[in-house]
Write a protein that binds this ligand. Sequence first.
Ligand SMILES: Nc1ncnc2c1ncn2[C@@H]1O[C@H](COP(=O)(O)OP(=O)(O)OP(=O)(O)O)[C@@H](O)[C@H]1O
Ligand SMILES: [Mg+2]
Length: 272
Amino acid sequence: MSDVELLERPQAVPASDVAIDCHVDKIFYGKFLAVRDSNVPIEKGKITGFIGPSGCGKSTVLRSLNRMNDLIKGFRLEGQVNFLGQDVYARGIDPVVVRRHIGMVFQQPNPFSMSIFDNVAFGLKLNRFKGDIEERVEHALVRAALWDEVKDKLKASGLSLSGGQQQRLCIARAVATQPTVLLMDEPCSALDPIATRRVEELMLELKNDYTIALVTHNMQQARRVADVTAFFSVDISRGGRTGYLVEIGQTDQIFEAPQEQLTKQYIRGDFS
Ligand SMILES: Nc1ncnc2c1ncn2[C@@H]1O[C@H](COP(=O)(O)OP(=O)(O)OP(=O)(O)O)[C@@H](O)[C@H]1O
Ligand SMILES: [Mg+2]
């Protein structure tokens, strides 16, 4: 993981257990303060789950990690996001390169309207990959536990697959460029329980090679797969609705011995 370079001449990368050190002071959309005071270290080789009520900023923080929010008008981050010691918002950093190292899987499976093969090869072509594309595509489909189901129909449209298969195709597309980190925003929310289990098993498999940050509304899912859990809430005391990190810790600790009253209430299902 340490040979990743966002800049042609990177600074010395300090050894650390953290793949992405995220220090959010404030995130704005235009004048709206969407998130404040959220320091979320994403540890290497682990799954970090983001939980919390709707609107508390889970997706906003997740998308800040690989500069996906750059695409949103009015987005502004005060703070720092360090990926293996490199500030991803520093001048001279190309967001496309950031996203190659920090890949993303979305809530709705979103295969492109092209063949299964081309879906997986998409990021490789975008990044002008010079190696053996066929080998890379096969490897990515194997890693995403989809190869056996599609190896005889690689020219079929990605859209012809089932929802669960489409989501695994999107995971294959994300892993094809061999990122260091995978960001997943509610990747199972459009899937049935069997497809969900399949993707969860896949996440547990993938964390041997990738660092994963996972947004989920499903608390059982967080318990099943996340090593570390970050609980966010919404602060309505100042007249706005600003999200912030309440507590982060080992998943067992967050669910069994939360330090904060708010976390306790949320885990109990008490939203009053
Ligand atoms: N593109 C945007 N433009 C303006 N405001 C936005 C945008 N995206 C999100 N917000 C606002 O920022 C806040 C945090 O939203 P975000 O989507 O990060 O929450 P979330 O925790 O992911 O919620 P959910 O669980 O419903 O997905 C919300 O108040 C939301 O309305
Ligand atoms: Mg969200």
